[in-house]
Design a protein around this ligand. Structure first.
Ligand code: GLN
Length: 494
């Protein structure tokens, strides 16, 4: 018999509509799954079991009374611990914010509540979302449900792992330079980075504000589209929020790939360091799109190879400025010292991990008066050129495709001593981040070791609906079973 935690959000909604199951039963089943397997995975920093059960009971009560319930009623959701939740600790996986309880909810959290998604817990991440493996968490690394000796990617590794491990059918992550898409490819989940500004950043703890974006994880494209619809709303509390509402992605989801013009990004497919098995799986997926009636062409994003160095100047610059607020006075940790300055230095030394300190130092350097033009300003010029590359490509293509990341999941500890090797994971993800365009990762196969491989689909600004439609066509055609299995997988040892 299929357990409730194996079902999609759509199936869970249908079963409740048919009065076959209650929200409480669904939530209890997922909490039991978490209790049984999360000690192996480590996806959750905090499981909010009591609040989840109370919310589920309230949904069941309203259903029974004929009162309205939201579009995601009774569907468990894993929330990245970078979004403010009123009265519930919000740590960003940093010692700096240990014990911090926000006095308000992020807009995304409010919208999820309005939709009656049931938050089952807050998930692990690389500290302040800086990383690609979830190993930079100040608390513990999250493990990949497909192979517990490997990383789930990052920074939204906890949400990705929770969805892959069937702890929840839906997850919320954030993507500044790949942090939804890269963990999605490594965990065999669907992860969507919406257009910059599509989802409110109000209550999202700021990392690199010109890049940060919230988005969904799911085990299928329709579930990801459903979650995106619930959170993509204009918000007057975020000045970069897009006023134009999202075209309903559900409406176009099953139109198919026929007639779509798909550009295969040459610089991505020929990229140095690309695992041949990843290239092969992506090429096969592209061939399927051709068979489905898409017109596939070769395109170039000539400046994309400069995306990574530009990103790793812009990102630390913005981070160094955003993280200045952790001064021992306003939030979380405080380590006392004889003077205010000494207190701040001691607080920041004790509160931040190595990667956070590295970014603050790089960013402070890149923004300093003597170097600003050579580094930050130059990186901004590259950013403009990349945005123009995308514009030019979308003049003749509806969707661009390439690998999401150069490799499948790597072993824990493999890249922790080599920041540059870690940064290289993001090489295919950051161009769309710099351009602000929407992009998603779709599982399209596995490598010889059975580890998932994702194809990245990138769309023009505001083009989420077409992107999801193309991904759905491919998903249906491939018909993959995305349940982690094998001797190293979650649950394999009971
Ligand atoms: N891995 C990238 C970084 O460390 C992306 C992080 C993110 O998107 N939050 O900057």
């Amino acid at each position: 018999m299929t357990a409730l935690h194996q079902l999609s959000a759509h199936e869970l909604l249908a079963r409740q509509d048919a009065a076959e199951v209650t929200a409480r039963e669904i939530v209890d089943d997922h909490l039991a799954r978490i209790a049984a397997t999360d000690s192996d995975v480590g996806a959750f920093l905090r499981v909010t079991a009591d609040q989840a059960r109370a919310h589920a009971d309230d949904i069941d009560r309203r259903r029974a009374a004929g009162e309205p319930v939201g579009a995601l009623a009774g569907v468990p959701l894993a929330l990245k611990d970078i979004l403010a939740t009123r009265g519930v600790p919000t740590t960003c996986a940093s010692r700096m914010l240990e014990g911090y309880e926000p006095p308000y909810d992020a807009t995304v959290v409010e919208l999820l509540r309005e939709a009656d998604a049931v938050v089952v817990g807050k998930t692990n991440l690389d500290e302040f979302a800086m990383g690609s493996s979830c190993e930079n968490s100040a608390f513990w690394p999250t493990r990949n449900p497909w192979d517990l000796s490997r990383v789930p990617g990052g920074s939204s590794g906890g949400s990705a792992a929770a969805v892959a491990a069937q702890h929840a059918p839906l997850g919320i992550g954030t993507d500044t330079g790949g942090s939804i898409r890269q963990p999605a490819t490594l965990t065999g989940t669907v992860g969507v980075k919406p257009t910059y500004g599509r989802v409110s950043r109000f209550g999202l703890i700021a990392f690199a504000s010109s890049l940060d974006q919230v988005g969904p994880f799911a085990r299928s494209v329709p579930d990801a589209a459903l979650l995106l619809s619930a959170i993509a709303r204009p918000d007057p509390r975020d000045s970069t929020s897009i006023r134009k509402p999202l075209d309903d992605p559900q409406a176009q989801l099953d139109v198919g790939a026929a007639g779509l013009r798909v550009g295969v990004v040459r610089e991505f497919m020929e990229g140095e360091g690309l695992d041949p098995q990843v290239r092969e799986a992506c090429q096969q997926a592209v061939d399927r799109l051709t068979d489905l009636g898409a017109e596939v062409v070769d395109v170039s994003l000539p400046h994309a190879p400069y995306g990574l160095p530009a990103y790793y100047l812009i990102n630390p610059s913005e981070a160094s400025s955003n993280l200045a607020r952790y001064d021992g006075v306003r939030y979380g940790l405080r380590v006392d010292g004889p003077t205010t300055e000494a207190m701040m230095a001691a607080t920041r030394d004790a509160g931040f991990g190595a990667e956070v300190k590295r970014r603050i130092m790089i960013g402070t350097f890149a923004l300093s008066a003597g170097y600003f033009d050579a580094y930050y300003a130059q990186a901004q010029r590259v950013r403009t050129l990349i945005a123009r590359d995308f514009e030019a490509a979308f003049a003749s293509c509806d969707v661009l495709v390439g690998p999401t990341a150069p490799t499948t999941a790597f072993p824990l500890g493999d890249k922790t001593d080599d920041p540059l090797a870690m940064y290289l994971n993001d090489v295919y993800a950051v161009p769309a981040s710099l351009a602000g365009t929407p992009a998603l990762s779709l599982p399209v196969g596995t490598d010889a070791g059975g580890l998932p491989i994702g194809l990245q689909l990138m769309g023009p600004l505001l083009g989420e609906a077409t992107l999801l439609r193309a991904a759905r066509a491919l998903e249906v055609d491939l018909g993959l079973d995305l349940t982690p299995r094998g001797a190293q997988a979650v649950g394999a040892t009971g």
